[in-house]
Write a protein that binds this ligand. Structure first.
Ligand SMILES: *[C@@H]1O[C@H](CO)[C@@H](O)[C@H](O)[C@H]1NC(C)=O
Ligand SMILES: *[C@@H]1O[C@H](CO)[C@@H](O)[C@H](O)[C@H]1NC(C)=O
Ligand SMILES: *[C@@H]1O[C@H](CO)[C@@H](O)[C@H](O)[C@H]1NC(C)=O
Ligand SMILES: *[C@@H]1O[C@H](CO)[C@@H](O)[C@H](O)[C@H]1NC(C)=O
Ligand SMILES: *[C@@H]1O[C@H](CO)[C@@H](O)[C@H](O)[C@H]1NC(C)=O
Ligand SMILES: *[C@@H]1O[C@H](CO)[C@@H](O)[C@H](O)[C@H]1NC(C)=O
Ligand SMILES: *[C@@H]1O[C@H](CO)[C@@H](O)[C@H](O)[C@H]1NC(C)=O
Ligand SMILES: *[C@@H]1O[C@H](CO)[C@@H](O)[C@H](O)[C@H]1NC(C)=O
Length: 792
């Protein structure tokens, strides 16, 4: 501000000589006693040309910002403000008091803001440069808005060492934001992120790295922005090539997104449609903000869980399955739109999650695990089975696990090899929304349920009433829930209306399965495929069966069990809704299509064993399936085995060792004890599993009437003969993969033979079977399955 006119007469004379000189600045004099009141009319003091104004800008319903703005531009563009962090109420007043104090007070007389002054003010003036000044008696400036910039620089403005710009919070919220631009005392010019909401600096994302004294950041009136030494040499040119100041308004701003940009706006109305545009294509720093910020604390260039993309301009986005916490404030980051994965081992829900692939995207730093020399499917599985893992990054045989919140997210289009695997819940409907407050109620209900299902008929009746009373209380405690989103108390089960399911199945059109007491239909609900099982309207027994099934299945959650989604119980209409398994049953897969690969069969054998082990020993109420067979093992999209049909399930109290009951199960798979007066135990499932395992090994049914040889008709007999005679390869015929893996074929065969021992006590339990399958335990050589004595 070297050129200060000090005398009004001289000023007029000067102006007459140099009418267009940009340094000619007429003082509009607001003298002692002047004041402005915050009102709806946006009262202001204009600069002589009217280009700028000083006054109150209204924000929201009752907030006023004391500010300077471009006054000839329709869209309000604020270049300086006094009280962004502390808006003034209506009727607040900025006043130049008669004793030379300049102060902003609220209607109660409380001071909101006042500049630091060394001396008393004689007058105030809004200059045509956009500088608002307070001057003393001698016309010396006691205070200038140019010396106290907020986030914007105007032509003619200079920042000395230790001067700074602070970004605003959002485009329309003028409170202090998350970024700083400082000309440091050491001469280094730096863009920083802050430890928001504090102002202290966090990460430097742009620097000049040149040090010295008497440096300045200059926005000269020709529209150049640069860092300059005291001797005048330019250290760093930030923006040049701007169009002429004569024809364009100019400003440079550290924007709320952390980018420092130089904008211009055409002065003459009508020349173009007025809008702020970059002074030149490259007039902003840093050139790619997304790549610059790599914070060890803080969210990075965008908010937590979001990622940054630079296509000419920085923008922030949420990954699939996430959305902005506040769309008007994207720096707040993104939130998960689905219930997170459960870490409760009693309720594993891994099977409900899947990945969405994002090419070229990464959230660098903050991996909590890293693996080398792995393949992508390994990486996926590692993240899927880890409840902490939200995202896995896979790049060139390396796998990184990330947990929430994600930070430093960015898209790197030149990174063609890397990809992010975003873990999302497959079914993003509200079907599985979980209310954590229900936890206690849930365990109580399960206890009641498990007692109910394992005691006498009379007790059952009493407890049934109790359950319904509890359920009634829950359903009436939440009156806001409507019928269609009603959950069965304490479980993630939805209570569907018959009408809903009729619609979902298009009037029970597509039948996908048929059993003695139920028919299964395919349906669509909220874009998700479902299987609706309609219990045939038969004897009263089905009523009891239904309740048993719903309560038992509702509590099971395992990757290798078909997930129950809900049910319908409207008088004669009893329906159960499961997740739909696209790849049908194991029976079809094994016997009707081309022979599945040995590797796939091994995976199915393992999956089925894990599901059964869970039913027998891990779920809260131990369950005997009673009808394990290939028709009851379904395959999901990735051919993961899922056990279904608990229709014959009988719940057992953990201390109960045996129970006798009418024969259940299916011929060919049922254990011999069903036909004898022996207690039925978990070992009946082991027997059926043994048969299933044989079928998996040999890819044929346990009974094959069309077998070439009579002695091959019964699979069990033939398999044992082959085993005894050491002719294992006959069992797998020309299956190349299996022939290459004969050790495993033999092991699985021995396990199967142990499973089908006549004497249930000689059969291993599911835990031992799993250990043997997985190779943790050696398998001993079994004797003839029909002999009642151990080979040991
Ligand atoms: C501004 O106001 C002060 C005080 O009223 C007065 O002394 C001064 O001459 C005025 N200056 C101009 C340029 O009008
Ligand atoms: C910057 O330094 C120059 C020269 O020392 C001085 O005239 C000017 O008032 C200073 N500006 C600020 C904002 O301190
Ligand atoms: C601006 O943002 C700050 C920080 O989040 C908040 O406290 C303030 O209420 C916001 N102001 C307005 C006018 O929305
Ligand atoms: C502004 O700076 C540029 C670059 O140093 C220079 O060429 C130009 O003459 C300067 N303009 C004025 C009015 O000083
Ligand atoms: C200014 O000072 C720097 C460093 O001392 C020097 O490199 C440069 O040549 C000087 N420029 C001028 C115009 O004297
Ligand atoms: C991936 O690696 C695992 C273990 O290293 C291996 O079992 C599997 O076959 C590999 N999958 C593919 C598709 O290469
Ligand atoms: C972008 O990806 C390329 C290729 O992998 C890599 O060389 C470069 O360092 C990456 N850039 C950033 C900023 O991560
Ligand atoms: C979530 O549901 C919406 C609408 O129901 C659907 O458009 C979207 O594709 C689903 N997202 C995922 C990841 O399944």
């Amino acid at each position: 501000m070297g050129f200060v006119q000090q005398h009004p007469l001289f000023l007029s004379f000067f102006l007459a000589l140099l009418p267009f000189s940009t340094v000619a600045q007429t003082y509009r004099n607001f003298s002692l006693g002047s004041s402005l009141t915050a009102q709806e009319d946006n009262s202001f003091w204009p600069s002589p040309s009217g280009d700028f104004a000083f006054g109150f800008h209204k924000i929201g319903s009752d907030g006023f910002l004391l500010a300077i703005w471009f006054n000839k531009i329709p869209e309000r563009t604020i270049v300086w403000s006094a009280n962004g962090d502390n808006l003034a109420a209506k009727e607040s007043k900025i006043e130049l008091t008669s004793n030379g104090v300049f102060t902003l007070k609220d209607p109660g007389g409380e001071e909101i803001w006042s500049p630091a002054l060394a001396g008393s003010v004689a007058y105030a003036a809004m200059l045509d440069s956009g500088n608002f000044v307070l001057a003393g008696q001698d016309y010396q400036h006691l205070w200038e808005s140019f010396d106290q910039p907020t986030d914007t620089l105007l032509p003619g403005q200079v920042i000395n060492q230790t001067g700074r710009l602070v970004s605003r919070y959002t485009e329309t919220n003028y409170s202090r934001g998350r970024f700083l631009f400082i000309l440091q005392g050491d001469g280094n010019l730096v863009l920083y992120t802050t430890h928001f909401p504090l102002d202290d600096v966090n990460f430097a994302y742009w620097t000049t790295q040149i040090f010295g004294q008497d440096f300045a950041l200059v926005f000269n009136i020709s529209g150049y922005i640069f860092a300059r030494r005291s001797n005048g040499s330019i250290i760093n040119m930030i923006s040049s090539d701007a169009p002429s100041s004569q024809d364009f308004y100019q400003r440079a701003i550290l924007e709320y997104d952390g980018v420092f940009r130089h904008y211009v706006y055409p002065k003459s109305p009508g020349s173009t449609i007025g809008s702020w545009s970059l002074a030149s294509p490259g007039s902003f720093i840093p050139s790619n903000m997304c790549f610059r910020i790599l914070e060890t604390t803080g969210s990075g260039a965008c908010g937590f869980n979001s990622y940054c993309r630079h296509d000419g301009r920085k923008s922030c986005h949420c990954p699939p399955g996430y959305s902005f916490i506040d769309p008007n404030d994207v720096m707040k980051g993104c939130k998960q739109d689905f219930a997170p994965q459960s870490c409760d081992e009693a309720y594993p829900d891994t099977h409900l999650f899947d990945f969405h692939e994002m090419q070229n995207t990464d959230w660098p730093l903050h991996d909590y695990e890293q693996f080398k020399s792995v393949n992508e499917s390994w990486c996926r599985q590692a993240c899927l089975s880890d409840c902490f893992c939200a995202v896995a990054i896979f790049r060139g045989g390396e796998c990184w696990k990330k947990k929430l919140p994600l930070s430093n997210g960015r898209v790197n289009n030149t990174d063609t090899e890397g990809k992010a695997l975003i873990k999302i819940r497959k079914d993003n409907s509200t079907l599985k929304s979980e209310d954590p407050n229900k936890k206690n109620d849930q365990s109580r209900l399960i206890m009641i349920g498990s007692v109910l299902l394992s005691s006498s008929a009379f007790l059952n009746l009493v407890l049934l009433v109790a359950v319904f009373l509890v359920a009634y209380r829950f359903s009436h405690r939440k009156p806001k829930m409507n019928q269609t989103s009603q959950f069965m108390a304490g479980m993630n089960l939805r209570n569907f209306t018959y009408e809903e399911l009729r619609k979902a199945t298009n009037g029970f059109k597509e039948e996908v399965g048929h059993g003695s007491y139920a028919t299964v239909y395919k349906g669509i609900l909220l874009d998700n495929l479902i299987a609706v099982k309609r219990l045939n309207n038969m004897v009263k027994e089905s009523d009891k069966e239904f309740k048993a099934e719903v309560t038992a299945i509702g509590r099971t959650h395992h990757r290798n069990l078909v997930q129950l989604l809900g049910f319908c119980d409207e008088g004669e209409h009893k329906l159960i809704v499961y997740e739909y398994m696209r790849n049908g049953s194991l029976a079809n897969f094994l016997f009707e299509s081309n022979r599945p690969s040995w590797y796939q069969r091994v995976q199915i054998a393992l999956g089925t064993a894990r599901g059964l082990f869970y039913l027998h020993e891990e779920c809260s109420s131990r369950i005997i399936h009673c009808d394990i067979k290939p028709q009851n093992v379904l395959l999901d999209d990735s051919y993961t085995a899922k056990i279904c049909d608990f229709g014959l399930a009988k719940l057992m109290k953990t201390d109960q060792t045996g129970t006798t009951t009418a024969i259940r199960g299916t011929k060919g798979y049922v254990a011999p004890e069903w036909f004898r007066s022996m207690p039925v135990t978990f070992k009946v499932d082991v027997y059926s599993y043994g048969i299933l395992l044989l079928e998996l090994i040999c890819c044929r049914r346990s009974f094959d009437l069309k077998a070439e040889n009579e002695n091959q008709m019964v699979l069990v007999d033939w398999a044992f003969d082959c085993f005894k005679d050491g002719k294992l390869s006959m069992l797998v015929e020309d299956d190349k993969e299996a022939l290459d893996d004969m050790k495993r074929v033999e092991k699985y065969l021995m396990i199967a033979i142990w499973c089908i021992k006549e004497d249930p006590s000689l059969r291993p339990n599911m835990k031992q079977i799993l250990q043997m399958l997985e190779g943790d335990v050696e398998v001993e050589c079994p004797s003839d399955p029909y002999s009642f004595t151990s080979s040991l």
